[in-house]
Design a binder for this molecule. Structure first.
Ligand code: GDP
Length: 460
């Protein structure tokens, strides 16, 4: 998902990064490139317009920053606008003060509602809730059975209507008409909520019927279920692969049923991602969750900021930059930039100073988690201990000023003294010196190459 959009945007920014300043022509060209990239990704036209309009205006008004060059500033703006069209802040599930909380799932057939019911149930159960799935999709002959299977897999109870009432050869049912008279989904939903109240389930997830295309009956039925069960959340479930059609569908459900949020499914696919980028803006309601596979655990809370970073392939570097801007004062920034550009080697004294500043920014683990590429290294990151940071600091503090500026001169006896002084083993001192040597080497290479990581300012 988003791969091609990511590549296009990254290319656009790469061209900008070489520039010392941005002219209006540069901004216009960039905005044009972004517009094409979004349209090719199937993002809805009104959303594209709103997005590029804001980016253009802000890029021309260029918010001046000491720490970012013009290219990076555009990246920052695009990132913030992406977060905004994705819905802004992370939206948590609304739980009712008086349980049971009623969550209704609505959307087209095949969008992934039934699968989602299982995932949501599993997720809630994992958090100590007692969820109940209610099978109010009486349209598709095997929908009830499917929900039962899903429920069993997730270890979550299912409330299903009496089979005899639901299935049978009824022309009206098969033609999709007259569902109210024959196994009424609205009654099932109401009974399901009553059952939950009786039996102490605190969250009810109602799976409703979908059609292949939006139709009036479907909307009315979903609307009635919503009203009759007094649903706390009505989640519009949308297949992220459906492209431009997403807009009309989303609007139809939003107007016809009234929704409180959306859930994106099939984000694991290789679709271009237009629905994902359009739905929050088109419906005016946030995206709460993302479904990323067929397994019951392939499900996550949707964070607009993380999704934006993923699209821009930058980890959460912008938060890092902002924190760095806060932690390093301007004279420190200038000194670091000077040092970086000069031929002088990076010393342990610089390192200690930066460690102090980084400490002000938060935990090392948290910060590393924001680096690009770190998502694939979750396990290693989880194993990381922030105390390690303190040990490194103790070692550097045990060095003399001469040693800090001349790491290569730290021989065996000096190493032993440093280890003793900081209460670590000599091999830890060796490791630190070795890694520091590598870092120095990397810095020298970066200077020669004229750039570091994409989107990063000259920050070691
Ligand atoms: P419903 O008609 O809205 O209830 O949709 P279903 O839950 O039956 O899902 C339709 C199909 O999409 C099924 O084959 C699911 O296994 C599949 N599906 C649902 N969610 C996802 C997802 O996040 N990723 C993938 N790859 N497939 C999904």
């Amino acid at each position: 998902m988003f791969n091609s959009l990511s590549d296009r945007l990254t290319d656009t920014f790469r061209n900008l990064k070489r520039k010392g300043s941005l002219s209006e022509t540069d901004v216009n060209k960039t905005v044009r490139d972004i517009r094409m990239a979004l349209l090719d990704a199937d993002v809805a036209l009104p959303v594209v317009k709103q997005f590029t309009g804001s980016v253009r205006e802000r890029a021309l008004g260029a918010e001046v920053s000491q720490a970012l060059n013009p290219g990076q500033q555009v990246v920052k703006i695009v990132n913030e606008e992406l977060v905004s069209i994705l819905g802004g802040a992370t939206r948590r599930l609304n739980l009712a003060k008086n349980p049971p909380t009623v969550i209704m799932l609505a959307g087209l057939q095949g969008s992934g509602k039934t699968t989602l019911a299982g995932k949501l149930g599993y997720w809630l159960k994992d958090q100590g809730h007692a969820p109940l799935l209610v099978a109010a999709d009486l349209q598709r002959p095997n929908a009830v059975t499917q929900l039962e299977v899903v429920g069993e897999r997730a270890g979550v109870s299912v409330f299903a209507p009496e089979r005899g009432n639901v299935f049978g050869h009824d022309a009206a049912l098969e033609s999709g008409e007259g569902t109210r008279s024959f196994g009424d989904p609205i009654d099932v939903a109401i009974d399901g909520v009553a059952h939950a109240r009786d039996k102490g389930f605190d969250v009810v997830i109602i799976d409703t019927a979908g059609r292949l295309a939006v139709d009036v009956d479907l909307m009315r039925q979903a609307h009635d279920i919503r009203m009759e069960t007094n649903a706390d959340e009505v989640l519009f479930v949308i297949d992220a692969m459906i492209g431009q059609a997403a807009v009309d569908t989303a609007k139809a459900f939003s107007d016809g049923v009234g929704i409180t949020g959306s859930v994106l499914t099939k984000l694991d696919g290789d679709a271009r991602g237009g629905a994902a980028l359009s739905v929050a803006t088109v419906t005016g309601e946030p995206i709460l969750f993302a479904s990323t596979g067929e397994g019951v655990k392939d499900f996550e809370t949707f964070h607009p900021d993380r999704m934006a970073s993923r699209i821009l392939d930058m980890g959460d570097v912008l938060t890092l930059i902002e924190q760095a801007e806060k932690a390093f004062d301007q004279s420190q920034q200038r000194e670091m930039a000077r040092k970086f550009l000069s031929e002088e080697d990076f010393t342990f004294t610089d390192f200690l100073e930066q460690m102090q500043a980084i400490k002000k920014m938060g935990s090392l683990k948290q910060m590393l988690g924001m680096m690009p590429g770190m998502q694939q290294m979750r396990a290693q990151l989880d194993a990381l201990d922030d105390k390690e940071f303190d040990r490194v600091e103790a070692m550097v503090r045990s060095m003399t000023p001469f040693e800090r500026s001349h790491p290569k001169q730290i021989n065996g006896s000096r190493r032993a003294r440093i280890a003793k002084g900081s209460g670590v083993s000599p091999s830890e001192v060796n490791q630190l010196l070795e890694r520091f040597g590598q870092a120095q080497k990397m810095m020298r290479q970066m200077r020669k190459g004229g750039g570091g990581m994409p989107g990063m300012p000259a920050m070691p």
